[in-house]
Design a protein around this ligand. Structure first.
Ligand code: NOJ
Ligand code: CA
Length: 705
């Protein structure tokens, strides 16, 4: 018996040695991250990631389970392995910085599964700020078409980290972020799942990405995906005993998780890591993992600052619909013959007021929602033929408004609410975009409120991912920029499709009118949702008491007035709305000046201080200009922020205009109390600035002449 045990031990050692020989390691360019790839005894591929010798991802399994075919999870042997280094800088069409360095070491491992005669490849890229890896499925006789049952990618965490999380869901991201230890997720899940027009949670420990984590020893870790194309969106399933996260793909209408034809690529799985929170915000890893744009001409893509006929509907002051009828069929009503409800926001005279306001204050565009027929019963009815996207209500004169706007050098932003009826949208897409071209619209806000029609599909399944990307490509052919609401969370695709200038895909300002966002919401979003790309958060609400707009609505904005201004800097987007009504800006023209001045495109960005859930302070330099803008947002506790302005250009003198919360300001009790002061500054200036609870500050720094 003893002999037998010895032999077994020796055999085990041999196998271990053999597998260690199979282990391959690459490091980040600065040497601080180490990625190890190895096969387990049973031919299960694994990877491990360390940062400064600390475990970020412990040994974790890779692979996929297929439907009606053997799994691609084990029985592999390592075939060819290739390593290379890549280093180039590229210029984004718009962005937070002028140039982006894409520098990584790469390992591509081909894995052959002898029993099935199939092979796949795993490609790892290790950057200074994290790891990206993806599956590649080369074209081959034994793996031509397949259906994914589940992707089995694990992220084994080193402990019970603090997590900034949303419930995993196939249809919505419009939840408040929960902050808790991973072990507390299960107990909090019920309270985390608040109502939405379309939602499908799948597990008491299901989570979404981007998932932001902080370890007890101070590592900041962000898990997401990049380049989501022709594949379903990834959620994560948490094992709350071992703290292993595993991929959980969004199923389609029949429960399948991906129909693949080789050659094919999965999206990249991304892990950003640092011991400094600000590094997570400055990471360009997700963008770098996307392909460069193939658009030859991008001159038609321009950052946009806009106002809109919007907040008044969201708050219930006016309506999208023209009548109070219900149960209408689009083609059966001649709206010229029916009685209007008198509350329709998108009427010609009112839109002209917005155009005047935009022109007076230097805004690029006016968004107009509710201009087209179909809003009477668009919601919750699962209608197929719901909008045609070309027929205006009789009080909205398309041609007249376009001429008026053009004469004032203002654009009107098109709105296409699809009501989730995507087949209907694709049916009308050509005529809708041709209509836009005819009337001079160059940007569209799309929307996917409610369950997806055809029913059974989910907002984040492969079929819908392909729809969103199809709309982007079609729009590009018409030189149209896109801002998608309720579409999938971005994954850096704007590098490839720079006409994707905005997305919602999180709980935006609209929820301040539907009960409110937590006071710390905007100290978290840049660490979570914004990791994939810019958000159309629609800040700038100066009248935070919503009952002033609609006496029946008791919600209030969980922010001071000044913090609303800071968001133009802290929530990066090339598309920024001043969301409040002109009459409210007219009451605070001194503060409104900051929103007028602030840039929407940048040459430089510096995160001055940041801690998820607590505060974020960012400085940015306007594109092609010498002016800088600083924004700071903090949680419900308030704080004093200490910054130094050493990022300013040497030898230059500036005048800073500081928009600050007054001493007695408070997001709930006294949100509109602010002060404005001017002071000379240089790169030697140090500043201690008070932020009220739920507040912040905004500073413009202009070169003194
Ligand atoms: C939800 C969007 O987020 C909001 O901005 C829009 O006004 C409504 N849907 C109506 O389309
Ligand atoms: Ca929404």
């Amino acid at each position: 018996m003893l002999n037998y045990t010895r032999q077994l031990l020796a055999l085990c050692c041999l196998v271990l040695l053999w597998n260690n020989a199979q282990a391959q390691t690459i490091k980040s360019p600065n040497g601080q991250l180490t990625l190890t790839f190895a096969l387990q005894n049973d031919g299960v591929p694994t990877y491990r990631l360390t940062y400064k010798s600390r475990d970020v991802i412990k040994t974790s399994k890779l692979g996929l389970e297929l439907k009606n075919a053997p799994s691609l999870t084990s029985g592999f042997a390592v075939g060819e392995s290739k390593q290379r280094t890549f280093d180039e800088s590229w210029t984004p069409v718009w962005g937070e910085v002028k140039t982006i360095r894409n520098h990584y070491n790469e390992l591509a491992v081909t894995l052959a599964q002898a029993a099935s005669g199939r092979s796949i490849r795993v490609r790892f890229r290790v950057f200074d700020d994290g790891l990206g890896f993806r599956y590649e499925f080369p074209r081959q006789a034994k793996l031509d078409y397949f259906t994914i049952k589940e992707e089995r990618t694990q992220f084994a965490l080193a402990g019970d980290h603090k997590a900034f999380w949303l419930p995993g869901d196939y249809d919505t991201q419009e939840y408040s972020t929960m902050t808790s230890k991973l072990s507390e997720v299960r107990g909090l899940m019920k309270s985390a799942v608040t109502g939405n027009a379309s939602q499908t949670t799948f597990s008491p420990t299901g989570l979404q990405t981007p998932l932001m984590l902080k370890s007890q020893d101070g590592l900041y870790i962000n898990i997401h995906e990049a380049a989501l194309i022709d594949y379903s969106c990834m959620n994560l399933e948490l094992d709350d005993k071992s703290f292993v996260l595993e991929s959980h793909l969004t199923p389609d209408a029949v429960g399948d998780k991906g129909l693949i034809q080789t050659p094919a690529l999965s999206p990249w799985r991304t892990v950003i890591v640092s011991d400094k929170a600000g590094d997570i915000l400055e990471s360009k890893l997700v963008l770098n993992l996307n392909e460069p744009t193939k658009f030859k001409d991008t001159s038609w893509i321009k950052p946009v600052k806009y106002v809109g006929v919007w907040w008044e509907m969201i708050t219930g002051k006016s309506t999208w619909s023209y009548t109070n009828m219900d149960n209408i069929k689009l083609d059966s009503v001649d709206f010229r013959t029916v009685k209007p409800n008198g509350t329709h926001g998108a009427n010609t005279a009112h839109v002209k007021e917005y155009i005047d306001f935009a022109a007076l204050h230097g805004f690029d565009a006016v968004l107009v929602e509710g201009w087209n027929t179909g809003w009477e019963d668009w919601f919750g009815k699962h209608k197929d033929y719901v909008f045609d996207f070309v027929t205006p209500y009789p009080d909205f004169n398309v041609a007249e408004l376009q001429q008026y706007a053009a004469s004032k050098k203002v654009k009107i932003i098109m709105h296409h609410e699809t009501s989730g009826s995507v087949r209907n949208y694709e049916r009308h897409l050509d005529s809708a975009f041709t209509f836009m071209n005819k009337y001079g619209y160059n940007a569209v806000k799309t929307g996917y409120v409610g369950d997806i029609v055809p029913l059974g599909h989910h907002h984040y399944d492969q079929w819908l991912i392909n729809h969103y990307n199809y709309v982007l490509e079609k729009a590009a052919a018409h030189h149209i920029m896109v801002n998608g609401h309720e579409a999938v969370r971005p994954t850096g695709l704007a590098r490839t499709y720079p006409n994707l200038i905005g997305n919602e895909a999180a709980r935006g300002t609209e929820y301040e009118s539907f009960g409110g966002n937590n006071a710390d919401h905007t100290t978290i979003l840049p660490f979570t949702r914004l990791i994939g790309g810019p958000m159309d958060y629609t800040p700038g609400i100066f009248q935070t008491k919503i009952s002033i707009l609609n006496p029946k609505n008791n919600s209030f904005v969980h922010s001071t007035l000044v913090r609303q201004m800071a968001l133009y800097v802290t929530m990066y987007s090339p598309l920024q709305m001043a969301a409040d009504l002109p009459e409210h800006y007219n009451q605070h023209l001194d503060a409104f000046q900051f929103i007028k001045d602030v840039a929407v495109d940048w040459d430089e960005t510096h995160v001055l201080e940041a801690e998820p859930g607590d505060y974020i302070t960012i400085a940015r330099k306007a594109k092609g200009k010498s002016s800088w803008f600083i924004g700071s947002t903090c949680d419900e506790n308030g704080r004093t922020s200490n910054i130094n302005l050493s990022f300013l250009d040497p030898g230059k003198k500036y005048v800073a205009t500081i928009y600050a919360d007054a001493k007695d300001a408070h997001y709930e009790k006294n949100p509109q109390a602010y002060t404005i002061r001017k002071m000379p500054v240089t790169r030697k200036t140090k500043l201690a600035q008070y932020c009220a609870p739920g507040g912040g500050y905004a500073i413009s720094v202009m070169e003194a002449r």
